[in-house]
Design a binder for this molecule. Sequence first.
Ligand code: NOJ
Length: 733
Amino acid sequence: MLTNWAPSVYSRLSLCEGRQHDPETTVSISQDFRIHDFDRRVCRICAELWLIDVKEINRLQHIAVDKSRLHIPILFGFDVIHGYRTVFPVPLGMASSWDPSVEEQAQRLAGQDARAAGIQWTFTPMVDIARDARWGRIVEGAGEDPYLGAAMAMAQVRGFQGATLGPDSVLACVKHYAGYGAAEGGRDYDSSYIPEELFRNVYLPPFHAAAMQGAGSFMSAYMDLNDVPASGNQWLLTDILRGDLGFKGFVVSDAFAVASLVTHGYAADPSDAAYKAVTAGLDMDMASGTYTNNLPKLVADGKVSQAQLDAAVLPILAIKYQLGLFDHPFTDESKVESTLSRPEGLALERKLAARSMVLLRNENKTLPLSKSLKKVAVIGPLADSKSDIEGGWTVEGLFGSGSKSHPVTVLAGIKSALGADAQVTYVVGPDPSKVYLGLLDQLSGKKVLPAPTAAETADWLAKVKAAAADADVVVAVMGETSGMSSESASRAGMELPGMQQQMLEETAQSGKPVVLVLENGRPLDIHWAAEHVPAILESWFPGTEGGNAVADILFGDVNPGGKLPVSWPRTAGQEPLYYNHNLTHEPEDRPSFASRYWDIKSTPLYPFGYGLSYASFKFDNLKLSKANMKTDEATEVSVDVTNTGAVAGDAVGQLYIHQRSGSASRPVRELKGFKRIALKPGETQTLKFTLGQHQLQFWSPQTKVWAVEPSTFDVWAGDDSAAKLHSEFSVAQ
Ligand code: NOJ
């Protein structure tokens, strides 16, 4: 079994919690929120986290509802990130669908499952913009773009909460507010330094969109934002969130973020940390116990007023009412298993997983493969790894007694697509995470897990060579183990870990068609493969039915239509890399100074928005309803998309703008509209987009307001951020 680091992170968390085991008096792991009664009884628990044993959930709920003074039910929260029993693609994968309904459908099913299993609150969606793929948590978000990120954030909130919060909803928690994805050097938890204009124009919009969609809770981030920790930052938690964004729900800290105010050197001691957090606008301390231990005295001493505490508690109580907890606090234990194992969940997962995959390369129409292939060699450590195909943050895998799902690996998916007559040879190779575990252990001085020896390496390569020589087609399934892109799991290099690169190069020597299927939570350094491997399919961590979904694409039952939600670097040294950067004095499309590096081009290997199909598409007839308009007007943009290929397929029409002049330099391109459509061969559809105040305004560092400014604007439409079809319009005061 390959290494998944997440469980060890979590056993660490549980240890730190100081969970108390007297069932009648336990305060358990969550913060205690009571303002009227500070004794240590469960009646005062606001919320209980990281518990999925439904019997235990009901038992605790009975104590709260039947025996407590105020009979206030507990809100049970858990990280239901991309599915409960049925695990959907990781969020970066779902964002690659460029279809918000994928996120909405997945999270609706996940929410129904969670609610049936006694969970009413999920710590999802993560809407952090990630411009640096070294950052391990890029896997949990929608990538680098605020417009795409906002659409995906709203879809997830709709999926969990429905149109409004009600007895069937799961409360969404939008995280990590805010700027967490800008960690310096891509090192998780590191400080973020974000100028206000960048913060408002790029990092804030997905949070704003989620608040507009009615998200009931936000989670404050761990890190320092411009030297003021997010969890004690009044500007962030009150001025922006309650003021500018009009947020009416409650804010919970990330797990130990309140205690960490001391670690950051921002608070003098835990009492000061509680004071700074609660007065900044942080309503709930998730797990550090700092509120529990210090608020009583702060209130008694008059440093925190009763009104301040009421302001923190009331939105939580209101949400418990909205969720129907006062009327129906208990979970029907008889329905849990039948709900979690609904077969429609698996069918949906397979469909959404295939919709989330991105075809990066397909030379000489290597794909789709024929189903009558007789001999296939499958190579690589991820090809049959059940513990990796679902990605990290799986509910039952994390805190349950182990995953109860039955994930379909890529090897299993290929075998089932080809049937028993085909010969499928498998060469696993060594666990790619060993090389890192070795390094970590070197640092900590503990016993190391050795990387393969020279003799083992030679042996694996000989096996690869023999399997490839005997096959009609080679499918290499490579990438990262699921724990390599996760919390506290950043990478300085982005190469294929372990000896996967050597194994891949060995397959290419065979002269057989090679298909590389990637399983990973971030873009990887595949510059060699991008030249030498004819077909590359990005499957991310595709979930429970992932192997079947990969096979659906490999054998042409599904035509891939996903697009990259991130700019794909040539190598890690380019990070941070994002398409919506400003123009320099020597733009890269000029002949001189075209690249800033000696050794590689400055441009990405694959641009943001990129992805191939078995069909081909033509974009033309780009028209604007107005070529000149006023700042309070809008222009309608239309563009024709035609399927010029021989098979039906999905195109994603993308609209980008650039403001040529104004009170600040504006990005070279910004996404302002997108739509995924299905087209039959020869079919044309006209896509329409609006460019008005919402799309054209920005927050200027000079005027310090959101406004549409007079300027000429460029417009491009096409199927990625390098689209060439161009028009322009002017905006006057
Ligand atoms: C810490 C993580 O940063 C956050 O994303 C998660 O929701 C909480 N722990 C709770 O598990």
